[in-house]
Design a protein around this ligand. Structure first.
Ligand code: 13P
Length: 343
């Protein structure tokens, strides 16, 4: 394993004014997204949608890397150019989701554990040959009442994240370690703070014990935010202050970047929250984005499954990427949001 290569790739993924496009929806999740625009999830519909996203002119201006799914990393444009080549040519690094999804955790009703460690070493080898240079593994931590999450659930998920990250670095692929504390529920920002802090503490204990090179990884966490159904919704400034305070106490400064997930936040909300955090900088780590829904939602809607709308879909993606690029240095404003983005 070359540590220098891992470190250089990790740094490139959090380069200034750029962030990651998460386009690694599993077959079940992309089916739901396509259904929302009345498109049947055939292999060709999924391929066309991803081709529209990845061939966006100027994609690499604000997108440093794209997370693919097992089906997608094997696909090509209609003209036969592999997606991995399209992305590399655009200046975006191809990556791959390698977990096999969150399943019910035995003995812990309502909680989940992410599977996919069996055979992972062989799958990583194959993905590297297919062109991936980084990987992602998502663990899911729910909040419900006082008893969920259990320390059992946090521990087993953190342990799996450590196992995955070690294998990924061994294969020369930068691991993006994603412990997601869900925003579903009526909990307060304070409760999210406590659960996020406990989760990250456990994750970094495991990463340390399992000999992860911090300089060659990225963290993909939730922001510290009010539950979706909490009557009191925190402002971007409150989210920013709480998130930074929490992360300062548990995320080593040697980690080059924190790339947030959007987790169901509105797309402008996710941009405003990231902007507020960077406006409080400089910080020990680069604070960037690895958004799925918050980058894709307007693009999916504008495309609506029709070849005639490819340009409109690409324009919507380019706009969100540019807005989040501005949030990387705290220069996002309501006026900028209204400016058209040319493609
Ligand atoms: P969202 O930004 O839609 O949460 O997706 C990011 C992701 O990759 C979740 O695993």
């Amino acid at each position: 394993m070359s540590t220098e290569t891992l470190e250089a790739t990790a740094r490139d993924l959090v380069a200034p004014v750029k962030g990651i496009l998460a386009a690694d929806e599993s077959t079940g999740t992309i089916e739901k997204r396509l259904k929302s625009i009345d498109v049947e999830s055939t292999g060709e519909a999924r391929r066309s949608y991803r081709e529209m996203l990845f061939t966006t002119p100027g994609l690499g201006d604000h997108i440093s890397g794209v997370i693919l799914y097992d089906e997608t990393i094997r696909q090509s444009t209609r003209d036969g150019v592999p997606f991995t080549k399209v992305l590399e040519d655009a200046g975006a690094i191809p990556g791959i989701k390698v977990d096999l999804g969150a399943k019910p955790l035995a003995g812990a009703p309502g909680e989940l554990v992410t599977e996919g460690l069996d055979g992972l070493r062989g799958r990583l080898e194959e993905y590297r040959e297919l062109g991936a240079r980084f990987t992602k593994w998502r663990a899911v931590i729910a909040i419900a009442g006082d008893r969920i999450p259990s320390s059992y659930c946090i521990h087993v998920n953190a342990h799996a994240l450590g196992r995955y990250a070690a294998l990924s670095q061994e294969a020369g692929l930068v691991p993006i370690v994603e412990p997601e504390v869900l925003m579903d529920g009526g909990h307060t920002l304070q409760r999210c703070y406590e659960v996020t802090e406990a989760t990250l503490q456990s994750v970094f204990n495991e990463l340390f014990s399992q000999r992860i090179v911090y300089e060659g990884m990225l963290l993909k966490p939730n922001m510290v935010i009010s539950g979706k159904d909490c009557p009191e919704q925190a402002s971007p400034e409150e989210v920013a202050k709480a998130t930074i305070r929490c992360f300062r106490s548990v995320v080593p400064a040697a980690v080059p970047g924190i790339v947030f997930l959007s987790g169901g936040q509105g797309d402008e909300e996710a941009t405003a929250n990231l902007n507020a955090m960077n406006a409080l900088g400089p910080h020990a780590w680069q604070l960037s984005f690895s958004y799925g829904r918050a980058l894709q939602a307007p693009s999916l809607k504008a495309w609506a499954g029709s070849d005639a709308n490819v340009e409109a879909g690409q324009q919507a993606l380019a706009h969100r990427a540019r807005m989040n690029g501005a949030a990387r240095d705290g220069s996002y404003t309501a006026e900028l949001e209204k400016e058209l983005t040319a493609v």
